[in-house]
Design a protein around this ligand. Structure first.
Ligand code: SAH
Length: 245
């Protein structure tokens, strides 16, 4: 099955961009995923091909018009009938590896890229659009966010990554950051590689990696660590619920 991406944008020339190169580019050449772009401006209603208007209630910037967006989405639906519709917005739910995995296992995605101040809010309910953020930062447009989302999905598609295990040991896959990596030279500017990694003792190496992964997650990402510990303390049966107050 081919993962089908349809991107709605005012800048279709930004695609495939980085997704045309390396792993994703090769996968596309091999038919493992397919890309359409839809120029939102083609669905403007007036002779000036306007896609935006001033914000209701006043204030700075311009807002993408709901009627134009709806026509563009309805067209995208005919190209990509089964895929969920996602809008890139800092107001959305932060993207996670778990959501990326779900999306990669599905038929594809329709991705809406914002510009200016963003979208008229009514589009989300009106067309069943999921709002997605790629982090607590503000980009100038949704295109780089869409590229991030697609890149994360594409590398998980069957046959895209070389070693299948390199996908499942990655950061976030088990709720933790990955352990640190080293390679030759063994000594560089007086810095060495941790002794255990040169021991050849696979059990010891695995134990070291697990503990590094836990230490780094606790120190760097207390938010992830808390969720990880909560999940570990709550057996699937729910028999020993951890009390929260
Ligand atoms: N006024 C908006 C920001 C608009 S930025 C706000 O303050 O919430 C313009 C466009 O860039 C957005 O419509 C969105 O498509 C994209 N964008 C910016 N930051 C993003 C982020 N963190 N995640 C996903 N998309 C983002």
């Amino acid at each position: 099955m081919t993962f089908h991406a349809t991107v709605l944008t005012l800048y279709p020339e930004m695609f495939p961009g980085p997704l045309g190169i390396s792993l994703a580019g090769r996968a596309r050449d091999e038919g493992k995923w397919a890309l359409d772009t839809v120029q939102i401006r083609d669905f403007a209603i007036d002779k000036h091909r306007t896609v935006d208007d001033t914000p209701a209630g006043g204030g700075a910037g311009m807002v993408l018009r709901v009627d134009v967006l709806a026509k563009a989405i309805d067209h995208a639906r005919t190209l990509n009938p089964a895929a969920p519709i996602l809008a890139m917005t800092p107001r959305g739910k932060p993207l996670t590896q778990a959501r990326v995995r779900e999306l990669a296992a599905g038929p594809g995605v329709i991705v809406l890229c914002g510009r200016f101040e963003g979208f008229d809010e009514r589009i989300f309910e009106g067309r069943g659009v999921e709002e997605v953020s790629v982090g607590d930062i503000v980009l100038s447009g949704g295109e780089p966010a869409a590229i991030m989302l697609l890149d994360a999905c594409i590398r998980l598609l069957p046959g895209v990554m070389g070693a299948p295990s390199s996908g499942t040991e990655e950061s976030f896959e088990n709720g933790l950051l990955e352990y640190p990596h080293y390679t030759r030279p063994t000594e560089w500017e007086g810095r060495t590689i941790p002794e255990v990694l040169r021991s050849g003792d696979h059990a010891k190496i695995a134990a070291w990696r697990k503990s590094q992964s836990e230490i780094d997650t606790r120190l760097r990402r207390p938010d992830l660590w808390e969720r990880h510990s909560d999940a570990r303390d709550q057996p699937a049966s729910g028999a020993r619920q951890k009390k929260k107050d």
